[in-house]
Design a protein around this ligand. Sequence first.
Ligand code: MRU
Length: 360
Amino acid sequence: MNLENQAGADVATMRWVGGTDGYLKMIDQTLLPTEFREIECRDVETVWEAIKKLRVRGAPAIGIAAAYGVVLALQTGAGTERPDFDQRLIEAATYLSESRPTAVNLFWALERMQKLAESSPDLSNPEMHKLLLEEAQLIEVEDLKMCHQIGEVGAELLSKGDGVLTHCNAGGLATSGGGTALAVFFEAARQGKQIHVYADETRPLLQGARLTTWELMQRGIPVTLISDSMAGWVMKEQKIQAVVTGADRIAANGDAANKIGTYSVALLASLHDIPFYIAAPSSTFDLSLESGEEIPIEERLPEEITNGFGKQTAPDGVDVYNPAFDVTPAKYIQGIITERGLIEPVTKEEVLRVLGSDPA
Ligand code: MRU
């Protein structure tokens, strides 16, 4: 299967097909890079399953999918009374919010949908349903724009010929646009900076190996895959001049949760005097949390480690710990690249100054 022809340079992570009675089409990311297949989500349960199983993943993409999930959940409620419709919305949002706990974009998008309904109590159900679809589409379009802006802000930080390291996948597949960390690389490459990307494979689910390398190769950007344990050595060899990753939730003081392994990479970067940047939209900030200590960390099934991709690699019955994310303290982050500008130094004051009073 020719992936390049199917996906093109602009990866359509997901798209809504039709009107309020339509459905959500998304790339099944669990199959990449060997198979490019789109799945159709025609009910909220399928969206929930897709988020849970990482068919759609990455903080912004999860939020967008959840917003469309709400629209799907309300397709059968248009004939009921408005209070019943609103009750269904609350139930759908609660249900979707239980799919994954760490990426705040999920909760942010669901809250946005709920607030919209609360602010328009006089609309009929079909009118409200249409408005909710438009809101989901707006979230998607805004995300695309934010990716562009993040790319522009971040590309300034890179110099010609830089080697840059990234962890997990913060690319187009994780957003509706060109990604966050990868948007920085795409923009730097577009500006002729001739960067070279090193991608951690990102155990245990290999988002770096399967998705980040795939996206960069689609765009013709030089990329070298390394296993997670090689990052320190590659830094020591002076192949890396900057590290840029995404984030799933950033507390008010700048502590940032991202894919497990990011914390180790940040420490290694600090030891080698290499700037470590986070690239994330304002929708990834959770200003209700004072510090990263309060960020809920998802724990996933042991089988992801013992039986990754169908191959048993550990003895039966072995004890396993599988946190999906870790938190990098602000003191190890040189700057946070947002669509509203660069947060540097990473302090609460600077976070609030750049984001303004309205985080998203
Ligand atoms: O478990 P995943 O694949 O959803 O984890 C994704 C990440 O950790 C990304 O780096 C993060 O969501 C940022 S995506 C722009």
